[in-house]
Write a protein that binds this ligand. Structure first.
Ligand code: KG4
Ligand code: ZN
Length: 352
């Protein structure tokens, strides 16, 4: 069985061919990073236009690299929630067109579940039940996952996602876009204790939520006092490194502590970490220390499975096995609704 998976939720145009196992037979990712770089963030209109240009060549390449023809596909899966509405529509439209022309079943993939499933691919064995943290440019959420298809929201950011904070702070420090890798690198020569930045909800184990907007503001005021012009050019390389390291440590403290609290609350034996920010070196190191202390198994997706890709859409095979096929009038759902009950209902709707 071959399933073509399509991913266009944000600014990567991606397609993969997955076989039973699950086995990733091919995986192609066309990044739009250079297009958004000069704006310091993803511009939705540019993203959807770039998806339009790239989607067919990317699908074509994924099928060719798998060494099969379109006629050999058994299903098409597409991430239809959450993400940028214009971007999601491009992937969904391509997937529906293939399903209609080739008479194939359509599978609606939840992008967040797919990020968690990247850990299943990485581990090459079952990771469920687990606590899963999805930390990306658009999301920072904690889930209790009883099975690949059941995920209950435990907590989430009440404002910015961690990746968004990395990107904005990098921009304030003149480090370019995307900010995560740049801060990760700059922080290596910095002093993590040089600045004491806020860590929201850190000791409140009742609340598994995150907040990074106050941290962003604190960094801004550490660079230039209120009313002063923000000018990264005035900072010495060591000041930039110290600010990057201190900011990163504050984010990492929050992520590690909330994961620890979630593991304690649920008693689940495994922690999965996915999403673009999971590529962060310091976060990986601190999560490993914490998992060892608490005595749980830690699964972190490798770098190419952390950032957006279509291989993680392999979760579609589990959906197909449970008869979860979407209707051809399937829609896109840009937001992931916060309330756990609504969240479940939405993911059911989204998967048809
Ligand atoms: O999962 P992803 O590719 O796209 C979304 O669904 O958002 O995540 C992208 C985010 C960006 O904010 C980027 O700055 C961040 O992941 N990121 C990192 C690192 N590599 C990527 N953040 C911190 N450290 C990194 N090494
Ligand atoms: Zn993502």
């Amino acid at each position: 069985m071959y399933v073509l998976t399509i991913e266009t939720t944000c600014d990567e145009t991606a397609a993969a061919v997955i076989a039973e196992g699950p086995q990733v037979v091919s995986s192609v990712v066309a990044s739009q990073e250079p297009l958004h770089e000069r704006f310091g963030g993803v511009v939705p209109e540019i993203a959807s236009r770039a998806h339009l240009e790239r989607i067919l060549p990317v699908i074509d390449q994924a099928v060719r690299e798998a060494g099969i023809s379109l006629q050999q596909l058994d299903a098409v899966a597409v991430a239809n929630t959450p993400g940028l509405v214009g971007s999601l529509l491009v992937g969904l439209c391509a997937a529906k067109t293939l399903c209609v022309t080739l008479d194939l079943p359509l599978v609606a993939v939840n992008h967040i579940q797919a990020h968690i499933y990247a850990c299943r691919l990485a581990a090459d064995e079952h990771v469920f039940p687990c606590v899963a943290a999805v930390v990306s440019g658009g999301h920072t959420s904690l889930y209790a996952c009883r099975s690949p298809l059941e995920f209950e929201l435990l907590g989430a950011t009440i404002d910015d996602a961690a990746g968004e904070a990395f990107d904005k702070v990098a921009s304030m420090l003149g480090l370019g876009f995307p900010g995560g890798p740049a801060i990760d690198k700059a922080a290596r020569s910095g002093d993590r204790a040089a600045y004491r930045f806020p860590r929201a909800f850190l000791k409140d184990a009742e609340r598994l939520d995150f907040s990074f907007s106050g941290l962003k503001t604190a960094v801004r005021y550490a660079i230039a006092k209120p009313g002063q012009q923000l000018d990264a050019g005035r900072l010495s390389p060591q000041e930039v490194a110290d600010l990057a390291a201190s900011f990163q440590e504050a984010v990492v403290d929050c992520l590690v502590e909330k994961c620890r609290q979630a593991l304690q609350r649920t008693g689940l034996p495994t922690l999965c970490l996915g999403g673009g920010v999971a590529a962060n070196r310091r976060l990986r190191e601190r999560m490993e220390q914490m998992a060892e202390q608490v005595g749980v198994r830690l699964v972190i997706a490798p770098l190419k499975l952390c950032t957006d890709n279509a291989a993680m859409g392999a979760i579609a095979l589990e959906q197909l096995a449970s008869g979860d096929v979407a209707p051809l009038d399937l829609d896109v759902y840009p937001g992931l609704i916060r309330h756990p009950a609504l969240n479940r209902r939405q993911s059911q709707r989204a998967v048809g």
